[in-house]
Write a protein that binds this ligand. Structure first.
Ligand code: MG
Length: 370
C-alpha cells in the first residue's frame, strides 16, 4: 500500500491551487491536505479547509512560509503569484520538503537562494510549470552530459499575428488561446515575459547555461518541452493543455498515476506547427535572457518591475507595449547586488517596485497611458 503524503497548498484559492485540490480529491488514497494558505480570500479558505479537513490554515506570505515548514508536511505546493512566494519556497527547501513549484518567480528572483536552501536543508524542487515538467520527464534518469540543449515551447499568446500591439486592451490580453490561467500569468504569456521567466527558471532548475536553453513558438500547446541530445536525437513531451497533468506528476513523482482527464487525439490535431519567436514584436524574451546572463539581482528586478507593470496594465494605467518599456528602463537604472543574500534580493525587489512605479508616471517611458 502506498503511503499517504501530507500536502500543504499555498495559494489554494487561485487557478493552480484549485486544480491541485482537484488532483488531491481524485487521489485521496495517495494525498491528504494538511495545510492551506491564501493571499486574502478567507471565504474560499474556509470552504476548502472544511471540505479537505485541513488542520492548518493561513492568510498571507508570512503564514505561507510557516505552513511550508510544518513538521508533518511531505510536499509543499507553492502556487502563490509573484515574488511574494519566495520566502515560502526557501522555508520548504530549508525544511527538507518536496517543493512542487508553480511559483516560478521564486527561482527568477531567488534562484541562487533556492539552490542553497535545497543543498542545506535537503529539499527538492519538482516543477509544476508545464514546460519544465515536460523537460524533467524527458531528462528523467539520463546523463545530463548527453544533453545538447533544451527547448521550451511558447503558444505565442493571443497576439502572435496581430498587426499592432499599440492598442491592446486588458480584456483582449486576458484571452489566452490555449491555456486557462490566472490573470498575471495570462498577461505574461501575451508579452512573452512568461517564457522569459521560464528560461531563467529552467536555468536554475536544470543547471543548463543560457546558450543551451531555446524557445520555439508552438501555437497548439500540444508539445510542452523538448530535449535535444548530443547524437541529434530529440525527445518531446506532449499532452493536453491541462495543468492538472503536470501538477499530478509533480505530486506523485517518481510514480506515474492514472488520471481521468482528456486525452490527445493526434489524428484530430493533424499537424503540429513550430516557428521562431518574433523578438521585434516581443522584446520581453530577449530582455529576460539578458538579465539571466547578467545574474546578480537583475532577474529579481526584472520580475518585480514586471509585476508592477502588469498590475498597472490590468488597471488601465499603462499601455500594453509599456510593460516591457518600464521593465527595461528600471533595469537600466539598477545597481546590482549580490543575489546570494536574501536581504539583497528583497531590497532589489522593493527598489524595482518603487522605481517602476515612479517611471510609470513619466508618459515618455510608458508609451502613453491608456
Ligand atoms: Mg509554463
Amino acid at each position: 500500500m502506498t503511503e499517504i503524503k501530507n500536502v500543504v497548498v499555498l495559494g489554494s484559492s487561485g487557478s493552480i491551487g484549485c486544480q491541485a485540490l482537484e488532483v488531491i480529491r481524485a487521489h485521496a488514497d495517495r494525498f491528504r491536505v494538511l495545510g492551506l494558505c491564501v493571499g486574502s480570500d478567507s471565504d474560499a479558505l474556509q470552504a476548502q479547509a472544511g471540505e479537505f479537513g485541513a488542520t492548518h490554515t493561513g492568510i498571507g506570505a508570512d503564514a505561507a512560509a510557516e505552513l511550508a515548514s510544518l513538521e508533518e508536511a511531505d510536499i509543499v505546493l507553492n502556487a502563490i503569484v509573484g515574488a511574494a512566494g519566495l520566502k515560502a519556497s526557501l522555508a520548504a527547501l530549508t525544511a527538507g520538503k518536496i517543493l512542487a513549484l508553480a511559483n516560478k518567480e521564486s527561482l527568477v528572483a531567488g534562484g541562487e537562494l533556492c539552490l542553497a536552501a535545497a543543498a542545506a536543508g535537503g529539499g527538492r524542487v519538482e516543477a509544476v510549470d508545464s514546460e519544465h515538467a515536460a523537460i524533467a520527464q524527458c531528462l528523467d534518469g539520463r546523463d545530463l552530459r548527453t544533453v545538447e540543449r533544451i527547448i521550451l515551447t511558447a503558444s505565442g499568446g493571443p497576439f502572435r499575428t496581430r498587426a499592432s500591439l499599440d492598442d491592446v486592451t486588458p480584456e483582449e490580453a486576458l484571452k489566452h488561446p490555449t491555456w486557462a490561467m490566472g490573470p498575471k500569468i495570462t498577461i505574461d504569456s501575451a508579452t512573452l515575459m512568461n517564457k522569459g521567466l521560464e528560461v531563467i527558471e529552467a536555468h536554475f532548475l536544470f543547471g543548463f547555461s543560457y546558450d543551451q536553453i531555446d524557445v520555439v513558438v508552438h501555437p497548439q500547446s500540444v508539445v510542452h518541452g523538448i530535449v535535444c541530445f548530443i547524437d541529434g536525437s530529440i525527445l518531446q513531451q506532449a499532452g493536453p493543455a491541462d495543468m492538472r497533468i503536470p501538477i499530478q506528476a509533480a505530486l506523485s513523482y517518481p510514480d506515474r498515476i492514472a488520471s481521468e482527464g482528456a486525452r490527445l487525439d493526434l489524428a484530430t490535431i493533424g499537424s503540429l506547427e513550430f516557428e521562431a519567436v518574433d523578438h521585434q514584436r516581443f522584446p520581453a524574451l530577449g530582455l529576460a535572457y539578458e538579465v539571466g546572463r547578467k545574474g546578480a539581482t537583475f532577474p529579481a528586478v526584472l520580475n518585480a518591475a514586471n509585476e508592477v507593470a502588469v498590475e498597472a496594465f490590468l488597471a488601465g494605467r499603462l499601455a500594453f507595449t509599456g510593460i516591457t518599456s518600464v521593465i527595461e528602463e528600471t533595469l537600466s537604472l539598477h545597481e546590482p547586488l549580490d543575489a546570494t543574500e536574501l536581504d539583497a534580493v528583497l531590497e532589489a525587489d522593493a527598489w524595482a517596485r518603487s522605481e517602476a512605479t515612479r517611471l510609470m508616471s513619466v508618459a515618455t517611458v510608458t508609451g502613453g497611458a491608456q
